[in-house]
Design a protein. Structure first.
Length: 382
């Protein structure tokens, strides 16, 4: 019995939480779906009329610049509270997700009036989720003002259980303007987040209902038909990513290479056996007579990744002085310059210094070069 009791309690608890969230949701929807209103405006019904528009409406002239029926605007300060920017404009491309065409929008509006006051589309699938398009043809916002059409999309909650438990989707609402063969488009620039407690998103006041009843606005065809549509783009979170880091204190940082019989090396370049350093395999490549701009005057030395990886490497390149005096040392840091030569230095040491026996670089016709790897970047993919 105790268990039963407990279960009941938690049920009440979750119902309360659910209701609370529903309330928050309603408030939020009211606040955000209709940026030109805020709650105060909804409740006070007093509205500031957008300049210029009223004149056009009252004069009975067709508005050439279709504004949403929200000729009602809030004072400037309230705009700063808006969470995202609203964009509306015209386009030729038809709705990408779903479209409802009415033989007579006016007839539909009458039919639903005492029947939930909404038209609910058949479910359709976008991005692996099931959705419904909801059309409320008789909305008065604020109460007593002109009748608007409210448009919403609802995500099927069973989709959440089957997939992730939240979905981000970009939503655009569209109305077919038959007189121009274009679509009027409304969107909030930010994607909407849907989850179990927030299954609907929409715009409270999309356009005046009259636009779909009265042919003069250009939205009703000569046959009396009209169309409303929606674009839904589901943004799935990334599934692949990488982590870039830099390792210092490399294990076995020194690569030593003795170039014997140096004076007999007549090829352009020689490549070493592979070395292991920092858990990776490398080779050294030497140009005894220089490479590129250094040809004929300096020795060039390069470090290559044996597995042809492109990472950031910092290394010191040396030619060892065998008289135990000053080694020649130059530092290189960067991404591999070219797949052919990797990281390297064209003019590591002048050829004249190698040939000058008194300098101590070439002893017994052997040249000793060394690379010390100071750091290697690492990119882990997931
Ligand atoms: C799922 O949606 C249906 C229809 O909108 C609703 O009746 C039901 O209570 C919802 N279930 C949950 C767990 O939210
Ligand atoms: C979408 O609806 C169809 C038909 O009702 C159903 O078979 C399918 O499982 C639903 N998909 C999701 C992701 O809920
Ligand atoms: C890459 O090559 C260019 C041109 O050859 C050179 O100026 C530059 O120093 C090289 N960078 C590295 C890191 O070797
Ligand atoms: C060799 O180097 C010494 C100093 O290290 C210098 O005095 C001498 O002129 C050099 N010889 C040649 C042929 O360049
Ligand atoms: C280096 O050693 C060679 C012989 O091994 C000698 O001739 C030369 O003078 C030495 N040079 C220096 C700079 O000590």
């Amino acid at each position: 019995m105790n268990v039963e009791e407990k279960k009941k309690n938690t049920n009440y608890g979750s119902i309360f939480v659910y209701c609370f969230f529903c309330f928050v949701l309603v408030v939020e929807v009211a606040r955000f779906t209709k940026p030109y209103y805020n709650l105060e405006n909804l409740m006070e019904t007093e509205a500031v009329v957008e300049e210029g528009f009223l004149g056009v409406e009252q004069s009975g002239i067709l508005p050439c610049n279709f504004k949403r029926s929200s000729s009602v605007s809030v004072p400037a300060r309230s705009h700063q509270k808006l969470s995202s920017i609203v964009r509306d404009y015209k386009r030729v491309r038809p709705p990408s997700s779903y479209c409802v065409k009415f033989q007579s929008y006016g007839a539909m509006a009458k039919m639903v009036k005492d029947n939930g006051d909404k038209y609910e589309s058949r479910p359709f699938s976008v991005g692996g989720y099931n959705w419904t398009f909801l059309i409320y043809p008789n909305k008065e916002v604020p109460k007593g003002s002109s009748v608007s059409v409210s448009l919403y999309v609802r995500i099927d909650n069973s989709s959440f259980i089957a997939n992730r438990n939240e979905v981000y989707a970009g939503i655009k609402f569209l109305a077919y303007e038959s007189s121009k063969d274009t679509y009027y488009e409304y969107q909030e620039t930010e994607a909407q987040r849907f989850h179990l407690l927030n299954q609907e998103y929409g715009v409270l006041s999309f356009l005046l209902s009259d636009y779909f009843i009265n042919e003069q606005y250009g939205y009703v065809t000569s046959d009396g038909e009209s169309g409303l549509g929606v674009d839904i783009v589901v943004y799935n979170p990334f599934e692949q990513w990488e982590y870039f880091s830099n390792q210092e204190n490399i294990r076995d940082p020194l690569l030593d290479w003795r170039l014997t019989k140096f004076s007999t090396r007549i090829l352009d370049s020689y490549t070493s056996d592979s070395f292991s350093s920092g858990g990776k395999d490398w080779v050294l490549k030497v140009y005894p007579n220089g490479a590129g701009p250094a040809t004929g005057n300096s020795l060039s030395l390069f470090l290559l990744s044996a597995s042809n990886e492109k990472e950031y490497v910092k290394a010191k390149f040396r030619v060892l002085n065998q008289n135990q005096t000053n080694n020649v040392e130059k530092q290189v840091g960067g991404w591999p310059n070219a797949t052919e030569n990797g990281w390297g230095i064209d003019n590591l040491i002048p050829l004249s210094d190698i040939r000058n026996a008194t300098k101590g670089f070439l002893v017994d016709d052997t040249l000793k070069v060394q690379v010390e790897i100071l750091s290697i970047s690492k990119t882990d993919s997931y």
